[in-house]
Write a protein that binds this ligand. Sequence first.
Ligand code: HQG
Length: 179
Amino acid sequence: MDEQRLKKVSKYLSKHLRHQPERIGLTLDRNGWVDVDDLLRAVAAHGFPVSAAELAEVVANNDKQRYSVVDGRIRANQGHSVPVDLDLPPLEPPAHLYHGTVASALPSIRDEGLRPMNRHNVHLSPDRETATRVGARRGRPVVLTVDSGSMRAAGHVFYRSDNGVWLVEHVPPSFIRLP
Ligand code: HQG
């Protein structure tokens, strides 16, 4: 499958496994899983046929490992806006994590800290390079350093998705180093 098709299928999957499953008649279970067969039937029925081989390739070759397949079921590893419980164990974060954003968000981040916005959690990156890529989706990237070690010590709970994205409910401004 070429890069372009890979990306297109991945975007289509993200849309329906994270945000709008009902749009193609899917119901995710409480942990975000759906049968692969049901998914393939649903996408075909809604005018976007994907073969089992293509799906396997997207899951295996996705640049961010966005999906997991276990026992014939598939889910998105992170990024949901629909209510799902990823059932991740709390994890000790490294001393610092990073968040990629853009300058226009800084005044409000300075006031209220980092908020999940439309997702369930604030997404943090383990390194600056990744955070730079995340920020660059919106314009010229600005990378914030988060004092995750101090946050943990203050009682904030961190999780890490199966594809290595760190998740936390909120980052208060006092734990953010602004540029
Ligand atoms: C900003 C992609 C104003 C925040 C990426 C970001 C990531 C605030 C935007 C994953 C704010 C939310 C998530 C505040 C946060 N005031 N703006 N208080 N708090 N923001 O897309 O972190 O490709 O929901 O800086 O790689 O950009 O989808 O979050 O700019 O891992 O797999 O509000 O999405 O992964 O945007 O990206 P998003 P994000 P996928």
